[in-house]
Structure formats: C-alpha cells, structure tokens
Design a protein around this ligand. Structure first.
Ligand code: ADP
Ligand code: ADP
Length: 229
C-alpha cells in the first residue's frame, strides 16, 4: 500500500545570483507502516524532499501524492490542512515550551486534536511515563526529543517525518530516540521517514533510501526487518 508517491520531482532554489538544483528528478514510493530512512551526504536533498512530502515546501516540477491526495495540486490552505490532519513532524531541535511540563507540552496538541491519544499514553510510548511532570530544563536532550516525539504522535498522524532527530545528540542517546521511533512504528503502524546519520537506523528500517546529488541513488529493502517476527 503506497502512502507517498513522487514523480519527477525537482526543486530549484533561486537565490538571486545562482540557482541551486536541490532535487534533480525524484521518483519514489513510501509504503504504509514502513520505517524508511533517508541517507546520503550533506546537501544531497534529503531535507528538501522531506519538506515537500510534509507539505512544508513546494516542488519546482513534478508531482507528489499522499494516498490519492495530490499535494502538488494544493494551495497553501490545502497544505496547511494536510499537515494538520495527517503529518507529525520531529526536527533536530525540540522546540518545547520551557514553562510547561512534558505532559503540558503534549497537551498543547491533544487539547485541539480530533482524536488524540491521552498525553500519558504518548509519553509512555516513548519511555517517559516517569518524567511527565518534569520541565524541559530538568530533562536530558534525548528525553526532550522524546517529549517532542510524543507531541508529534499524540494526534495519531498517519505519517511521521523526522529531520535529523538525533542531530544534537550523542550516538548512544540518539539510539534511544531511534528506538522510540521504532516502538511507535511497531505499535501504531505509523508510516515513518527519518533523516539521521546514526548508524543504528539501518538495522531498524524497512527501507534505506540513498541520496546523491539530488537523486535517489539506491533503495535497499531490509527483508530481515520486514518479515514478521
Ligand atoms: P540534505 O538534507 O541532504 O543535507 P538539503 O535538502 O538540505 O540536503 O539541501 C540540498 C541542496 O539545496 C543543498 O545544496 C542546499 O545548500 C540547498 N538548499 C537547501 N535549502 C535551501 C534554501 N532555502 N535556499 C537555497 N538553497 C537551499
Ligand atoms: P486553496 O489553497 O487555493 O484555498 P486548497 O488547496 O485548500 O485550495 O483546496 C484545493 C482542493 O483540495 C479543495 O477541493 C479541497 O477540498 C481539497 N483538499 C485540500 N486539502 C485536503 C485534504 N487535506 N484532504 C482532502 N482534500 C483536500
């Protein structure tokens, strides 16, 4: 079951003096329930593609579908609605509200979502059941990122897009964050795409997508991972 499909997607950033060809024709499919990882050198186009899939940016050419909804046919209002209804985001920096506890940070989302989880359930799922009443400043970077993940999934999005969620963390703490994403993927079946340089992801992912110069150079399917355990 295909969740995302892209056809000939290009992205050109026009900075005035020069044009940067960030994506040079991406044909890609992401599948329901899978955890996909985007790998490749810095500047190869991973973030640009993730932003287009998440409705945060527009392709220059080509077409993008989320199921049967063509994102490239939507205006800004349609993309805003798409993001709200279907997508959870996690970024390198956690952007928690410092004056609110972990639980209250997640409640910011659950108070307005249509069919939310309980904040406690979301925090339990990322291994923070015992830290719910702590403030961000009382938590490690890895814990804060896991609060951000709980916040992202609390509205039960169909897809979770993570742009360098481990970028500010040491590799061991980064693995804990990846394990939280894996748990969510296993438990909720959330279709997940992650950009990370943490090597552990390759064992966890169903699909490894290698970027090079704005193209998909190779896709590896991790059969050991896909087989039911
Ligand atoms: P990656 O995520 O693989 O590091 P990016 O998608 O961030 O790659 O960037 C791809 C290319 O697009 C790079 O050359 C980068 O410098 C350029 N780029 C990204 N965002 C912008 C922007 N807002 N304006 C101009 N160039 C950009
Ligand atoms: P505009 O941005 O110009 O106001 P939209 O992009 O909001 O236009 O809407 C274009 C069409 O796509 C509309 O018919 C709208 O109902 C549909 N649409 C927009 N967002 C979604 C969504 N998340 N799910 C389903 N249909 C949508």
């Amino acid at each position: 079951e295909i969740v995302f499909k892209t056809q000939g997607v290009t992205k050109v950033y026009d900075t005035g003096e020069l044009k940067v060809h960030a994506l040079a024709g991406i044909d890609l499919e992401l599948f329901a329930g899978e955890l996909s990882v985007l790998l490749g050198p810095s500047g190869s186009g991973k973030s640009t593609l993730l932003n287009i899939l998440g409705g945060l940016d527009h392709a220059t050419e080509g077409r993008v579908w989320f199921r049967d909804l063509e994102l490239t046919a939507l205006g800004d209002r349609g993309l805003t609605r798409y993001r709200r209804d279907h997508v959870g985001f996690v970024f390198q920096f956690y952007n928690l509200v410092p004056s609110l506890t972990a639980r209250e940070n997640v409640q910011l989302v659950t108070d307005i979502a249509r069919d939310p989880m309980a904040p406690e359930e979301a925090l339990d799922m990322v291994g923070l059941g015992h830290r719910m009443d702590h403030f961000p400043a009382e938590m490690s970077g890895g814990e804060q990122q896991r609060v951000a993940i709980a916040r992202a999934i609390a509205k039960r999005p169909e897809v979770l897009l993570c742009d360098e969620p481990t970028g500010a963390l040491d590799s061991k703490t980064g693995v804990q964050v990846l394990e939280a994403l894996k748990t969510i993927n296993d438990t909720l079946g959330t279709t997940t795409a992650v950009i990370t340089h943490n090597a552990m992801i390759r064992k966890m992912a169903h699909r490894v997508i290698y970027f090079q110069d704005g193209r998909v150079a190779r896709v590896e399917v991790n059969d050991a991972q896909i087989a039911p355990s």
